[in-house]
Design a protein. Sequence first.
Length: 43
Amino acid sequence: MYATQLLPHVTLLQGKNNASEFSISSSQIRYIYIKSIYYITTL
């Protein structure tokens, strides 16, 4: 549930920072990091 709430926010960040590759990759890394924490805490 937490991960699905983050999805639209991450895509917004990617669309806004489309010119900067670093911003896109950092937001993707942050999303993957939070998603992995979410899965670990639910196990």
